[in-house]
Design a protein around this ligand. Structure first.
Ligand code: GLU
Length: 413
């Protein structure tokens, strides 16, 4: 594949490194180095102005050894094939790490959804669904939300798929609204799973919430919900960052107020008593926990040497570059990798899919108990592999994933 694939090549390199710690068939690794299928789509949407615009997108199916392809759909102006390829491989690894019966896939459209009206967003989603319909399905490939996509978009996708196939199959997509066969707890699941991982990490380090300071980058679904959970748990949230700026919070801020302000004004600029700081200053803050919950490649060789935290909890996918990973490991900073820390989202997607297939409904306390168990047990297994091999948590998680992929590979007829 082309050498411009920076993120995807990094992900493959990590897989290859992990393969050095276990016995796996060379053919399996050869298979995982490439996606099973890459579909590029181009489609038109009639905009409110009457003009017809052409959009480009992809659906990448990386691997389905352990089950149907699974992964979100991203709407972002900077979406590119390298990113979608890497994200699809990470989904294969993530589902294997937490042991849910899915493979990995990912989709995306190059679009700024903030500049679209609701009607345009719906038309865009339906048009994309029509062009990917032949390759998705409840037992084939199951999309879900990702950056700038949500339950409403998943509901449109399901509805369009029903029209195309003439059969209502809610399990074709997860992350739907609770009114339309979604799980009530799916929206907060990524943050919830991250919280379980953070609690377990803190047990290892002997940290307690009310003495623990936190900085959170990103205020989308995962960032906003982890902020709420941490506040409820009495953590000290010192700083936030969104796509407009970074901010030091006043000591007695009211979170409900702050969220309402952010939703109305699109950023926290101008919110009473917040102090604007640069991105550089944000990554130099002396806090206990740093939570990147935005996009890829935020922690790099340029800022990693100045990061002064004990724990990094990756709620975003791919926020840390391999060079930064090395620096952080040498400096003793414990990184909870994306493929573990944000796996709560896809795990609850699995619960939703299971309910849809079995025609049952989700039961929040039972689901949260199951999520806690999966996240905590996975953390313990990954931690054990890390300690045994003296490697970082990311590589240890890849090792666990490869073990599970290898089991599936050997079971093939
Ligand atoms: N987009 C989320 C992720 O990156 C969730 C995917 C899903 O639920 O399928 O893990």
């Amino acid at each position: 594949m082309a050498s411009t694939l920076y993120l995807f090549n990094n992900a493959v390199t990590e897989l290859e490194k992990a393969a050095g710690y276990i016995q796996i068939k060379k053919e399996l690794l050869a298979r995982l180095r490439f996606p099973d299928r890459v579909v590029e789509v181009n489609f038109s949407v009639k905009m409110d102005s009457g003009e017809t615009k052409v959009f480009k997108g992809w659906r990448v199916q990386h691997n389905n050894l352990r089950g149907p392809y699974k992964g979100g759909i991203r709407y972002h102006p900077n979406v590119n094939l390298d990113e979608i390829l890497a994200l699809s491989l990470w989904m294969t690894v993530k589902c294997a790490v937490v042991g849910i019966p899915f493979g990995g896939g990912k989709g995306g459209i190059i679009v700024n959804p903030k500049a679209l009206s609701q009607t345009e967003l719906e038309k865009l989603t339906r048009a994309y669904t029509r062009v990917i319909a032949p390759i998705i399905g409840p037992n084939l490939d199951i999309p879900a939300p990702d950056v700038y996509t949500n339950a409403q978009i998943m509901d449109w996708l399901r509805d369009e798929y029903t029209k195309i196939t003439g059969q209502d199959q809610p399990a074709v997509v997860t992350g739907k609204s609770p009114l339309h066969n979604g799980c009530l707890c799916r929206e907060t699941a990524t943050a919830q799973g991250g919280l379980y991982i953070l609690r377990q990490t803190m047990r290892k380090l002997g940290l307690i919430p009310h003495q623990t300071t936190v900085a959170i980058q990103g205020f989308g679904n995962a960032g906003k919900n982890i902020t709420k959970f941490l506040k409820e748990d009495d953590f000290k949230i010192i700083a936030l960052a969104d796509s407009a700026s970074a901010y030091l919070l006043p000591e007695n801020y009211n979170l409900t107020d702050l969220i309402a302000y952010k939703e109305k004004n699109k950023s926290l600029v101008g919110y009473p008593d917040v102090k604007l700081i640069s991105n550089d200053e944000f990554f130099k803050l002396k806090v206990d926990v740093l939570i990147p919950a935005a996009l890829e490649n935020q922690i790099t060789a340029a800022n990693a040497p100045n990061i002064k935290v004990k724990i990094i909890l990756e709620l975003a996918n791919g926020p840390t570059s391999p060079e930064a990973d090395k620096i952080l490991f040498e400096r003793g900073i414990l990184v909870m990798p994306d493929i573990l820390a944000n796996a709560g989202g896809v795990t609850v997607s699995y619960f939703e899919w299971r309910h849809n297939l079995g025609k049952s409904v989700c039961d929040i306390p039972q689901e949260m108990g199951e999520l806690d168990k999966i996240m905590t047990e996975t953390f313990d297994r990954v931690f054990e592999i890390k300690e045994k091999n003296k490697i970082d948590m990311r590589l240890a998680a890849y090792v666990l994933a490869l073990e599970r992929l290898s089991e599936a590979y050997l079971k093939q007829p």
